[in-house]
Design a protein around this ligand. Structure first.
Ligand code: ASP
Ligand code: CP
Length: 325
């Protein structure tokens, strides 16, 4: 009986003194292990609530402005779904070319405008640091949904949640990040977030797309074991999580250079023969050929489940910054 679901045991209600109330989410650097445990617990409850009652009124009357300067399917629609599942509503600016940005309005003014109408702003923008600029201009919470090659913190949170749900824990795992590690904001955020745990990180990339040296140094200072490879052969058999990424075409200035690396790694059933039986394959998506569709039926293919987990994590984050969790 959906409407009789008992919410009394849940950590929901008015939490105006809660640490995340009114806060921006700009980088994974803001989170510690205890925050992650809390986010995972709330996300888990959100999953349960969606399964049992679908939509409920935790954020009734609240409004989210979804401001996207770059294309998106998952992030944009899962934030919309998250807000609507919680009883709130959304101002969708999914293509800024139909907004006054096309007339030359700057980021700060755009954000100041939206916060007159909304309680929280989600922003994706091609420039590193843009979410921080937006947050500085706004009094309302701003959530970074991807700032150029910088960070994609809500993706990293849902990635960590996925690993937890699928494998039960993060400590002790070997995680192999594959593909465009230079431009991939998801791997930049995820590697940083994983450094809160006792993990081994492998980086597999074409030479021109290697993990940025500063990020490697940052994690080295945290005593994270990191190894770079030019191919998967040596590290795949030890891997618990294979995190595949798309070569980020939109970050290349020379199309010929993109063409030379775009097909560098393709995961197909033959490649996965060398992988453990208990491991998962993840991908932030969209994929454009780096995982073949034949892999989809393999129980280790977790990438579609991963994007569903994103809904629950974003519901948790919205409830937190709006003082309801
Ligand atoms: N959707 C992810 C991002 O926006 C990954 C990708 O586009 O390849 O960063
Ligand atoms: N993972 C991700 O950010 O997907 P979109 O680019 O479709 O939002």
């Amino acid at each position: 009986m959906p409407t009789q679901h008992n919410m009394s045991h849940l950590p929901f209600g008015d939490h105006k003194n809660a640490p995340w109330y009114g806060k921006d989410i700009l980088s994974v650097k803001q989170f510690g292990r205890e925050n992650l445990e809390y986010i995972f617990a709330v996300s888990h409850e959100m999953h349960d609530m969606v399964d049992h009652i679908g939509t409920f009124d935790l954020l009734k009357g609240k409004i989210l402005a979804n401001l996207f300067y770059e294309p998106s399917t998952r992030t944009s629609s899962s934030f919309t779904a998250a807000m609507e599942r919680l009883g709130g509503s959304v101002i969708p600016i999914n293509d800024v070319k139909y907004s006054s940005v096309a007339k030359g309005e700057n980021l700060a003014d755009t954000v100041r405008t939206l916060e007159c109408y909304a309680d929280v702003i989600v922003i994706r923008h091609p420039e590193v640091g843009s979410a921080a600029i937006a947050a500085k201009a706004a009094r309302k919470p701003v959530i970074n949904a991807g700032d150029g090659i910088g960070e994609h913190p809500t993706q990293a949170l849902l990635d960590a949640f996925t690993i937890r749900e699928e494998l039960g824990h993060l400590d002790g795992l070997t995680i192999t990040l594959l593909g465009d590690l230079k431009h991939g904001r998801t791997v930049h955020s995820l590697a940083r977030l994983l450094s809160l745990y006792k993990v081994k990180l492998n980086y597999v990339a074409p030479d021109i797309l290697r993990m940025p040296a500063e990020l490697i140094e940052e994690l080295k200072a945290k005593k994270i074991e990191q190894t770079e490879y030019s191919g998967l052969e040596t590290c795949l058999p030890q891997t618990d999580v294979l995190y595949v990424t798309r070569v980020q075409k939109e970050r290349f200035t020379d199309e010929a250079v993109y063409e030379s690396v775009k097909g560098a790694f393709v995961i197909d059933p033959k490649v996965l023969k060398a992988a453990k039986e208990r491991m998962i394959v993840m991908h932030p998506l969209p994929r454009v050929g780096e995982i073949t569709m034949e892999v989809d039926d393999d129980p280790r293919a977790a990438y579609f489940r991963q994007m569903e987990y994103g809904l629950y994590v974003r519901m948790a984050l919205l409830a937190m910054v709006l003082g309801k969790a």
